[in-house]
Design a protein around this ligand. Structure first.
Ligand SMILES: Nc1nc2c(ncn2[C@@H]2O[C@H](COP(=O)(O)OP(=O)(O)OP(=O)(O)O)[C@@H](O)[C@H]2O)c(=O)[nH]1
Ligand SMILES: [Mg+2]
Length: 424
């Protein structure tokens, strides 16, 4: 069975807390602070691997949870950082955020890696907080929490040659005749519901993978029918066999059908529109009028593509067609990355944090929806509420972000419309 999609849960580890501790040595009555830092939580990393071909493994293992970093310890000992979890997926896997269906990553190359969830940073131990006026810091920094999300994995099939055409033209019949694949074949439209792959072996090491997808109809590029969700797969192939049924219709109809499908391909993407094609005029066995075939061949060879009159049923012409495909493939390099648009793929996986931290002149500014909500829920004149406010902005990483920008004791922070002096 071929599974090309899976839903999994991932969670990165929390950072360990920094320790509060003071040196205790004989003859040293008031030792300074020596609380070590917390360790970092484990990341969730995805890696594309050539050795996997399906998403089958994810039927059995659906949760990937990284461990937390250890807490800091006394005597300046840092807590151990957790090991990262590496999730291996087949080359050609697309990662999507289930919440909004956004593409997080498109792992196309063997060995390509991406950190999808970062583990939380460890908190600093109290030894970092000693100053000339504060020699006994009775606090340390908490570790930052990890993050979690549901992800959908989708595997784009990687065939060398794709069979493309209207429904019911005989694509699956062709695949079944030239490979060991056994796709469903029937005399009605949309028999094929998901992509099928077969290996075509022509002897002497000549072989390629042939992909059969559901039939395309007009409007496919906008999502009509079934085929459109699989055009992505065809985009990855190096060559298209464009199948046209030339039986039973008039002289011009098959030609018209050919152009209509090509228009759909071009509308879907430039890559698809420009992919090299071979044209297969199928169901020749039921044609009595040879002139019809000749007309079709003559008309369409003017497009620069070669036309093969075939019959998938009797097998006539199939061998020549497959050999020609194999010959063309020799000169078409395997694609590395295909054209992708910026907005489509987000290689940075920082989920929207809901706040933004920046430095404006000498002021540190924190803004954003989440920051606003936190502020609204805080009673600025209440001690406990303020304590909670501080905890929250630490937990979600605002303090870390401020420190990364170089904030120091006494600097001004403008939190939405609330200004305060920074104190550790
Ligand atoms: N006479 C004749 N019938 C054929 C030939 N090739 C396919 N057929 C018939 O056409 C019908 C459709 O064939 P399929 O291979 O299922 O067509 P398809 O293009 O895969 O169709 P979808 O999966 O719906 O897109 C079946 O009844 C086949 O037996 C052929 O060369 N000659
Ligand atoms: Mg089919």
């Amino acid at each position: 069975m071929f599974i090309d999609s899976a839903k999994i849960f991932i969670q990165s580890g929390d950072g360990g807390n920094g320790a509060v501790s003071f040196r205790r040595e004989k003859y040293i009555p008031d030792g300074g602070p020596d609380g070590g830092d917390g360790g970092r939580g484990g990341d969730i990393i995805f890696r594309a691997s050539d050795s996997l071909n399906t998403l089958l493994n994810f039927r059995y293992k659906r949760k990937f949870v990284a461990q937390n970093g250890e807490n800091g310890q006394k005597a300046n000992r840092s807590g151990k950082s957790a090991t990262h979890i590496v999730v291996e997926v087949p080359v050609g896997t697309v990662l999507k955020d289930i919440e909004n269906d956004k593409i997080i990553a498109d792992l196309d190359e063997n060995g390509q890696e991406l950190i999808v969830l970062k583990g939380g940073r460890g908190g600093k131990g109290n030894r970092h907080y000693a100053t000339s006026t504060r020699q006994i810091p009775n606090f340390a920094q908490s570790g930052v929490k990890g993050d979690s999300m549901w992800i959908r994995l989708e595997l784009k099939l990687l065939g060398d040659v794709g069979l493309v055409g209207y429904p019911n033209v005989g694509k699956s019949t062709i695949l079944s005749k030239v490979s060991k694949a056994r796709p469903k074949i029937a005399d009605y439209e949309f028999t094929t519901l998901s992509p099928q792959l077969g290996v075509v072996s022509l002897g002497e090491g000549m072989q390629f993978v042939l992909a059969d997808i559901p039939g395309l109809i007009e409007g496919a590029h906008e999502g009509a029918g079934l085929g459109h969700q699989f055009l992505r797969h065809i985009e990855r192939t190096r060559l298209i066999i464009h199948v046209v049924d030339i039986s039973g219709y008039g002289k011009e109809e098959p030609i018209d059908a050919y152009h209509k499908i090509n228009a759909e391909l071009s509308e879907y993407s430039k890559v698809l529109g420009e992919k090299p094609q071979i044209i297969a005029a199928n169901k020749c066995d039921v044609l009595e009028d040879m002139e019809l075939i000749q007309h079709f061949v003559k008309e369409l060879e003017s497009t620069g593509n070669k036309v093969f009159p075939i019959s998938a049923t009797t097998g006539e012409g199939l061998r020549e067609l497959m050999f020609y495909a194999a010959t063309l493939l020799k000169d078409i390099p395997k694609p590395a990355l295909y054209d992708r648009t910026e907005e489509e793929v987000l290689f940075t996986v920082d989920k929207d944090k809901g706040y933004d931290v920046r430095k404006e002149n000498d002021i540190f500014v924190v803004e954003g929806k989440r920051a606003e909500r936190i502020l609204q829920s805080t009673n600025l004149s209440d001690f406990e509420s303020m304590g909670y406010f501080q905890k929250t902005i630490r937990r979600i990483g605002i303090i870390d972000a401020l420190e990364d920008l170089g904030v120091e004791e006494g600097d001004t922070v403008r939190f939405v419309d609330f200004e305060f002096e920074y104190r550790r």
